[in-house]
Design a protein around this ligand. Structure first.
Ligand SMILES: [Cu+2]
Length: 339
């Protein structure tokens, strides 16, 4: 292969990689986590969810950028939720998650290259930004970002006291990847391999794992705000000498039900070697559990085996998996390039 030919292939590959990073992120799905760390039950969805399979889907149907395009900073009038997520309304076919008070829940999202292709954006944090998850039983339709973000605290004494900070997580959960030709993805595809499923295909989605408060009342919705802070540092990008504020949010509700089997057991213990298609993140699971029961520890013990969950996560047939042309293209380019 000549050098010119190789360069051309590399440019095509780069173009594909860049194209793939436009998507940004939002919460795609909520799952209850059983006391062995495995997802159980049926998925729940954010307010006004538009599935990727919907003909009306585009990134713009789900992305919510703050500050809004054209503004340098978030101001007191900026809404926390995108317009389609300000009311407690679900889309047809995308219901709320059902979970009991105290249940552990995974908020799942796609990294879209923000983790696996960090070279496409200069000056971003090493943890790919920080996710803040807030909870309230008393949300406002026109909730303002700055009334909640870094104001509500773990004790519920921040700001107007209507809500709490449930968790602060690294955007990169240290496992997730999009299938692409980047080194991080290649490494993680080996280390965290899994069979393609209907939701993720070959990708492995990221998670923010949290727990509902034990005090959440049954029969009522509990509101979650997922806020991803992904700033550009000052001085890193010559085009952005002062850096840049960049945040994305998803707003969602969970139906709090009286179901003892989704309640986090004090005997919770993470089951090692479980399928990554329905596994929570061990260190986040440990953080949730550690705060709920003293002396739990032991997440790394492989000798302890918990019973299988009574209600396994639905695993749809493999036949419905769609391989995108993007992934196919990258593979072809790589194979040709290395020939
Ligand atoms: Cu993005």
């Amino acid at each position: 292969m000549s050098g010119v030919h190789g360069m051309g292939l590399r440019l095509i590959l780069l173009a594909l990689l860049f194209t793939s990073t436009y998507a940004h992120s939002w919460v795609e799905q909520l799952m209850v986590i059983a006391s062995n760390g495995t997802f159980v039950g049926s998925p729940g969805y954010p307010r006004g969810f538009v599935p990727r399979s919907d003909p009306a889907f585009s990134d713009d149907a789900m992305v919510y950028l703050l500050p809004p395009a054209g503004k340098a900073s978030v101001t007191s009038t900026d809404n926390l939720c995108r317009e389609t997520q300000r009311k407690k309304v679900q889309s047809e076919g995308s219901p709320r998650l059902q979970a009991s008070a105290g249940a552990a829940i995974a908020l799942r999202y796609q990294e879209n290259g923000h983790v696996s292709l960090p070279e496409t954006q200069i000056g971003k944090p090493n943890n790919r930004g920080t996710v803040y998850v807030y909870g309230t039983t008393n949300p406002k339709e026109n909730e303002k970002l700055l009334d909640v973000y870094k104001v509500w605290n773990e004790d519920g004494t921040g700001g107007d006291g209507r809500g709490v900070l449930l968790a602060k997580r690294d955007y990169d959960d240290k496992r997730c990847y999009q299938v692409n030709g980047g080194q991080i993805s290649q490494r993680r595809q080996t280390e965290f391999s899994h069979g393609a499923d209907q939701y993720m295909g070959g990708d492995l989605w990221c998670q923010s794992d949290i727990a509902l408060p034990d005090t959440a009342s049954s029969g009522k919705p509990y509101t979650l705000y997922w806020v991803w802070n992904w700033p550009t540092a000052a001085g890193a990008d010559p085009n952005l000498p002062n850096g840049k504020e960049e945040m994305y949010t998803t707003c969602m509700d969970v139906d709090v039900v009286d179901h003892s089997d989704s309640r986090m057991s004090t005997k919770a213990k993470y089951l090692q070697d479980q399928s990554l298609n329905s596994a929570s993140i061990p260190d986040q699971f440990k953080q949730i559990f550690g705060s709920k029961s003293a002396g739990s520890g032991g997440v790394s013990s492989s000798a302890f085996v918990t019973p299988a969950p009574s209600q396994p996560a639905t695993v749809p047939p493999m036949a419905t998996v769609t391989v995108t042309s993007f992934v196919t293209s990258v593979k072809i380019v790589r194979e040709t390039g290395s020939a």
